[in-house]
Design a protein around this ligand. Structure first.
Ligand SMILES: Nc1ncnc2c1ncn2[C@@H]1O[C@H](COP(=O)(O)OP(=O)(O)O)[C@@H](O)[C@H]1O
Ligand SMILES: [Mg+2]
Length: 274
């Protein structure tokens, strides 16, 4: 999504809107995106290049780090969905394409040795750890679509070692989405069938029976991790997170979501396994 360039920006510079962490600080300049470099940008760039070597071409190519602490990567043309979501975002085809893309990412990622000496982000990391680098933030504003299909993942800032199922759980939170009916209605135009959509995501990813049995519990754990992340941002007075929390219904919404997930656990398990 493209916003209006700030006054004083070069004529060919566009502000890219979508994310929350770097809101207002991500720009497109022609073929390139320029954004604040995370502290571990060198390791992330090496990982993005390694993904390409392992046949995963659906992520930005890192170009360089600038002297003033920013990074440049290739811009990936396409559509990035923002709420309120247009209908194409919530189609079965879109969901399947996200599952397929995440599987492809993991197949490449699993072949890359993770450097455990790197300070990977702890923000949304799998508490169980793991030997593969997970993306951890496969939310709508980090997926580029073309013709209603997911074609690329962007924004690897929160990547960290974890179990593949952790990334599936995180993706499910946003793409099913794993929201109680009241929260879902506020975000999505249709009455979505969460258990059926969770099954579609698991099938398109190719989740094993053992992982299917674990998934509802891991989604609850991932939800706790996301809540803790928001709690830290709010405690630090981050204005973007403070505003989003207030607009979306405060901590009550998180309580409702978590209560609903626990109450529906058996329903999700049955939908995944039968
Ligand atoms: N390489 C890219 N190709 C295409 N669009 C991009 C790219 N990087 C960022 N964007 C757009 O800019 C938005 C914000 O960028 P992002 O790096 O995800 O910011 P944040 O760290 O705040 O989440 C994205 O939601 C997307 O719309
Ligand atoms: Mg983002």
């Amino acid at each position: 999504m493209i916003g209006v360039a700030a006054e004083g920006e070069a004529a060919n510079t566009e502000v890219l809107v979508g994310g929350m962490v770097n809101a207002g600080a991500v720009f497109r300049r022609g073929e390139l995106v320029e954004r604040p470099a995370p502290h571990n940008a060198r390791a992330l760039h090496a990982h993005l290049l390694a993904l390409k070597e392992h046949g995963f071409d659906a992520a930005p190519t890192p170009v360089r780090l600038t002297a003033d602490g920013r990074e440049q990567l290739t811009f990936i043309p396409g559509d990035v969905a923002l709420p309120p979501f247009p209908r194409w975002v919530l189609t079965k085809a879109a969901l399947e394409s996200v599952g397929n893309l995440l599987r492809r990412l993991h197949e490449a990622s699993a072949a890359i040795r993770v450097d455990t000496g790197v300070g990977w982000s702890g923000d949304l990391a799998d508490p169980a750890g793991g030997t593969m680098l997970c993306h951890n933030d496969v939310c709508p504003d980090n997926v580029v679509f073309r013709d209603g299909r997911a074609v690329a993942l962007i924004d690897f800032d929160l990547a960290a070692p974890g179990r593949p199922i952790w990334d599936v759980a995180m993706a499910a939170r946003y793409w099913v989405p794993m929201l109680d009916p009241a929260s879902a209605t506020a975000l999505c135009p249709a009455n979505l069938d969460a258990p059926a959509r969770l099954r579609i995501l698991a099938d398109s990813y190719g989740l094993s029976p053992r992982e299917r049995a674990e998934l509802p519990g891991v989604i609850e754990q991932a939800t706790e991790t996301c809540r803790a992340f928001v709690t830290r941002r709010v405690a630090n007075g981050d204005p973007t997170y403070l505003q989003a929390l207030a607009e979306r219904g405060g901590w009550e919404r998180w309580d409702r979501m978590q209560t609903w997930l626990a109450a529906q656990r058996e329903t999700f398990t049955a939908a995944l396994l039968h």
